[in-house]
Ligand binder design. Structure first.
Ligand SMILES: [Zn+2]
Length: 208
């Protein structure tokens, strides 16, 4: 998609130049430039993926940046079948994670129990293609929230976001309500207090 836009811009710029300068044989320059532009777009995209892969929870300084990482990850996991960029980013993140990961209780480890909420059963990790294993990805993202909470223990924002994730994705109402009450104890702002009350009401309305 990006390549197309750049190519279109490149052709437009050349069309204007052609009008201005009325150079013969300009069409050759247009086509000669297209592979160069395509190369630039691809390498820019790879650099962006690289930057995204390198930004991990332990490197960020503020809680909001940690939430941005988790949100990006959620977007990638949803886009693996629709978007080439998302798929590439997810493959890169998972591959690098698996090489570096030393946590024995991480979802990427064999011993970890991958509970599938949709089938109500434990599933095994698709080792050939972990980036497309949705049960694993859900647990993997859950782990990012947990790491973010450990890194920023005083941030109610992460607990609130995690609560919603536990409710919506992991279908764990009990854990979700616990996160909300933990957030309440972390001096939430007025707006966060409203969010907590609203979420609590949404969740409780669905149970009773
Ligand atoms: Zn791991």
């Amino acid at each position: 998609m990006g390549t197309l836009i750049f190519t279109f811009c490149w052709v437009s710029v050349n069309a204007i130049l052609m009008k201005l300068l009325s150079v013969n044989g300009h069409i050759i320059i247009i086509f000669a430039g297209i592979p160069l532009i395509a190369y630039l777009v691809v390498s820019l995209r790879e650099k962006r993926i690289e930057a995204l892969i390198k930004t991990t929870i332990d490197r960020v300084q503020v809680d909001i940046d940690a939430l941005i990482i988790v949100n990006n990850m959620t977007d990638f996991s949803k886009g693996i079948n629709k978007d080439e960029f998302h798929r590439m980013a997810m493959i890169g993140i998972i591959n690098i994670h698996m090489v570096d990961c030393v946590a024995p209780d991480c979802p990427c480890k064999e011993e970890y129990e991958l509970f599938d909420v949709t089938s109500n059963q434990f599933s095994t990790l698709n080792e050939n293609s972990p980036h497309s294993d949705t049960v694993f990805l859900d647990h993997f993202i859950k782990r990012y929230y947990e790491d973010a909470i450990v890194k920023f223990p005083n941030s109610p924002a992460i607990n609130i976001a995690f609560s919603f994730y536990l409710f919506r994705v992991m279908k764990n109402i009990h854990a979700s309500l616990i996160e909300l009450s933990v957030a309440t104890k972390k001096k939430p702002s007025l707006q966060q207090q409203f969010t907590i009350i609203r979420y609590k009401r949404i969740i409780e309305d669905l149970i009773y």
